[in-house]
Design a protein around this ligand. Structure first.
Ligand SMILES: NC(=O)c1ccc[n+]([C@@H]2O[C@H](COP(=O)([O-])OP(=O)(O)OC[C@H]3O[C@@H](n4cnc5c(N)ncnc54)[C@H](OP(=O)(O)O)[C@@H]3O)[C@@H](O)[C@H]2O)c1
Length: 310
């Protein structure tokens, strides 16, 4: 099968198209024919290995010291079950699925075998019937991040919620979840994305590239960082300092993303009810993966970037 191989850590050009053997599922695994993957910041971190030493050492120990031990990157997938292992009961051939591959990565390829049940090597669920494969990749990655960290922040009991990095994959989904919970949502992103985040329900918008301070008296019950701790601004500090006495701040970089299919199922339900919609910035072909990595690495994609695999 065709796959993209990461031959060493470095610039996007270390990604090379190649051929590898098609995987065969073990008894507790399914083999997925992948129709879409995504280029996420997580893939950029692994490939570039550009990060502070405190993150780099554990990352290299987990992923490989001089080059990725598993050369096929890619954390997100959407596709169809092509084969099932003898013990698999929860999926059948032909099911359309979406999910995350976790430590195993491997979604920049035509096929991937994953355990049918949740593990640190991935989680999988039936895809929302009204989403394309490309949209499903945004829902898996951004949806899991947004839902987990909003739940950590007890978002259903918060009235004033700030979403920092509101125009990213998880930010756009977090706005919609917070609105459904009845909150007043302040979205923080650069000015060029203000109309976009308003179209997803944001009540107020702030531009971190132009504003250092909050309007007088502004307070938040929940501040959610949907960008990660490595990207910051003076306005972020101001928001974090504007919490109500019982206010909470959460970051999508706090702890690990939990790979749980129960959250994927919730995301599927909300999407099918028309309550959750992903935003797709660009679609690249697998052959254009270097270009896709160059684009995402700039740090200003809007929503998500998908990779179509045909
Ligand atoms: N906890 C875990 O295990 C785990 C797992 C996976 C991912 N993550 C985190 O999730 C992040 C990816 O989330 P995502 O894909 O939803 O985000 P994203 O799409 O990468 O966020 C992109 C947005 O960030 C905004 N941005 C860039 N620099 C900024 C700054 N200095 N201040 C404020 N906003 C800024 C940009 O908006 P503008 O263009 O409007 O500036 C852009 O739309 C990763 O980077 C990682 O930190 C955590």
């Amino acid at each position: 099968m065709k796959a993209v191989l990461c031959i060493k850590y470095g610039a996007p050009e270390v990604l090379k198209m190649g051929k590898v053997k098609k995987p065969f599922p073990k008894a507790n695994e399914v083999c997925i024919k992948i129709f879409a993957s995504a280029v996420t910041n997580s893939d950029i971190f692994v490939r570039s290995s550009e990060m502070p030493l405190k993150y780099k050492i554990p990352m290299r120990l987990a992923m490989g010291i001089t080059k990725p031990r598993r050369p096929i990157l890619g954390l997100v997938l959407a596709g169809e079950i092509a084969e099932t292992g003898s013990n698999v009961k929860n999926f059948k051939v032909g099911d359309k699925v979406f999910g995350i591959t976790g430590f195993g990565m491997g979604s920049y390829a035509e096929y991937k075998c994953l355990k049918a049940d949740d593990s640190t090597f991935g989680c999988l669920a039936l895809m929302p019937s009204n989403a394309s494969f490309e949209e499903a990749t945004m829902l898996a990655y951004g949806g899991l991040l947004a839902l987990q960290y909003l739940e950590t922040g007890d978002y259903q009991n918060k009235k004033q919620i700030a979403i920092y990095g509101a125009s990213g994959t998880s930010g756009i989904l977090a706005i919609q979840l917070a609105k459904q919970a009845g909150a007043h949502v302040t979205a923080i992103c650069s000015g060029k994305n203000h109309e976009l985040v308003k179209s997803f329900g944001a009540d107020e918008v702030l531009d971190y590239t132009k504003q250092d301070r909050l309007p007088a008296g502004k307070k938040f019950d929940l501040f959610m960082d949907a960008v990660g701790k490595m990207r910051t601004s003076a306005l972020r500090k101001a928001c974090e300092n504007a919490l109500t006495p019982k206010g909470k701040k959460v970051s999508i970089d706090d702890g690990d993303l939990k790979l749980v299919s129960s959250r994927l199922n919730k995301i599927k339900e909300l999407t099918e009810s028309g309550l959750l919609k992903p935003f797709l910035d660009k679609i690249y072909s697998l052959e254009d993966i270097v270009e896709a990595h160059r684009y995402v690495q700039q740090g200003h994609k809007r929503g998500g970037v998908a990779v179509r695999i045909v």
